[in-house]
Design a protein. Sequence first.
Length: 212
Amino acid sequence: MKSAVEWKVSDQPVAYPDAVALMEARAAAIADGSACERARELVWLLEHPPIYTAGTSSNDADLLDARFPVYHTGRGGQFTYHGPGQRVGYVMLDLKTRKPDVRAYVRDLEQWLIETLALFNVKGERREGRVGIWVQRGLREDKIAALGVRIKRWVTFHGVALNVEPDLSHFSGIVPCGVSQHGVTSLADLGIMVSMADVDVALKQSFQKIFG
């Protein structure tokens, strides 16, 4: 019987290389089927200092102003910003024991974000051909959450990023996820002032609904 997913919350910003090292170690321990505590599935909620990360499909032209450190990473996707006020959720799950279907997993991550936003009365939506979760704002639509995953030996890592109250001007140094014709938003930008702890409660509640 699968042990319960462990939740880890970091109260201080975590350096990106440190986060990647921990994710890789934990994913390897899960894949190795070790019976020790470290081999439990894990969801890690954190914030990063201001950084840009480049996924495996990134285009150098989408880095407009390298005002923050840039990290090339093994996750899928293009350029993404991470920083204070954005809740990052790194997800290390064993798809072998769940459902070995990458597309279904990505769709579940999207649904996790949609369900979380719904708890704050925000209608998050998918868009064909565009990664992430979007909010319709009159004639325009803005991105409120990003996702990028990596799967090794059927264990997932990396995950999602939900804009709670980040400095939205920091996104202007990149073309987020290669999409230039749309903007970015956050819960605060939509007039919804909530604490990171409130968001964490919503994320945990929605995760149980989607992933069990």
